[in-house]
Design a binder for this molecule. Structure first.
Ligand code: NI
Ligand code: MN
Length: 236
C-alpha cells in the first residue's frame, strides 16, 4: 500500500516502531513497552531483534531498552553518550554514533540526523547527560528509505535530510506539547519531500492532543498521504 518493497513497518504505539526488511533484518526503534498505554496488548516482539535504535534518553523512548537488548541479544545504536550509559548498565553490543554519521549492518544503513529536543536520562534520582537527541534515517538495500524523527519540532534543516537521503516515508510525532503538532508536521513533511507520513507520538497521554485527522486535513491537496494505522498494524 505504501510500496515498501517487501519491508514491513509496524507501529507499536507512541514512538515505538518495528521494521522488518525483505531480507529479514529486524529493527526495533524506541522500545517503550511495559508502561506504554498504547502498546498493542496481544503483540509479541519477534525473537530476533538485530538492531535497537534509540533516539534519545527519555523514558517514553528507552524504558525497555536495556531489558529488550539483553533478552534479544540486540545491537543498540544511538548517540555516543546514551550508548555509554547503556553499556554501563550491561548492554554488550552497542554502536555509538554522532550527527551526520552512517553505519551499515547487512542490508541496512542507519544514519543519524538532527532533532530539536532534549535527552536527559532519568537514572534513579539523577538525570544523566544523554548527548543530543537525534532522528534516524534507515536506508534499506533494494528497499525504501525510512525516516524516524524521534522527538522534535519542525525545523528548516529537514531540507538537508531530504537532500542527503531522500526518504519516502516519515514517521513524525504529531501529538504536540513535547514535540511538533500537526501544523508543524505538515511543514516537516513538505521539507522532507516524503510521499507519506506515519503519525506517531500522539494520543498516548492526554496532553498529546494532535490527531491524524487534523494532519490529513492540513495535508489535503499536497499529494502527501497520511498513513494513520492503529498500534499493532503494519505498512508494507
Ligand atoms: Ni522526549
Ligand atoms: Mn517522547
Amino acid at each position: 500500500m505504501a510500496d515498501l518493497q517487501g519491508t514491513i513497518v509496524t507501529w507499536l504505539g507512541h514512538a515505538t516502531v518495528h521494521i522488518a526488511t525483505a531480507k529479514g533484518t529486524s529493527i526495533l526503534i524506541d522500545p517503550f513497552i511495559e508502561q506504554n498505554p498504547k502498546f498493542p496488548k496481544n503483540y509479541k516482539l519477534p525473537a530476533k531483534i538485530d538492531l535497537i535504535l534509540a533516539t534519545h534518553g527519555h523514558g517514553d523512548h528507552i524504558a525497555d531498552l536495556l531489558e529488550v537488548a539483553k533478552k534479544h541479544d540486540s545491537t543498540v545504536v544511538g548517540m555516543v553518550e546514551l550508548i555509554g550509559w547503556a553499556q554501563s548498565k550491561g548492554v554488550k553490543n552497542a554502536i555509538g554514533m554522532n550527527l551526520g554519521g552512517s553505519w551499515k549492518h547487512d542490508d541496512v544503513t542507519v544514519s543519524m540526523v538532527e532533532a530539536r529536543h532534549s535527552s536527559g536520562i532519568s537514572d534513579g534520582n539523577q538525570t544523566v547527560y544523554g548527548g543530543e537527541p537525534i532522528g534516524f534515517v534507515v536506508t534499506i538495500q533494494n528497499g525504501p528509505v525510512l525516516y524516524h524523527a524521534g522527538d522534535t519540532c519542525a525545523f528548516l534543516d529537514m531540507q538537508l535530510i531530504r537532500d542527503l537521503y531522500h526518504p519516502q516515508l516519515a514517521m513524525l510525532p504529531i501529538g504536540d506539547h513535547y514535540t511538533m503538532g500537526p501544523k508543524g508536521a505538515v511543514i516537516a513533511a513538505k521539507y522532507l519531500g516524503v510521499k507519506s507520513v506515519l503519525p506517531i507520538h500522539y494520543g498516548t497521554f492526554p496532553v498529546l492532543t494532535g490527531t491524524p485527522e487534523e494532519l490529513s486535513q492540513l495535508l489535503d491537496g499536497s499529494g502527501i498521504e497520511v498513513k494513520a494505522i492503529s498500534p499493532g498494524e503494519s505498512l508494507r
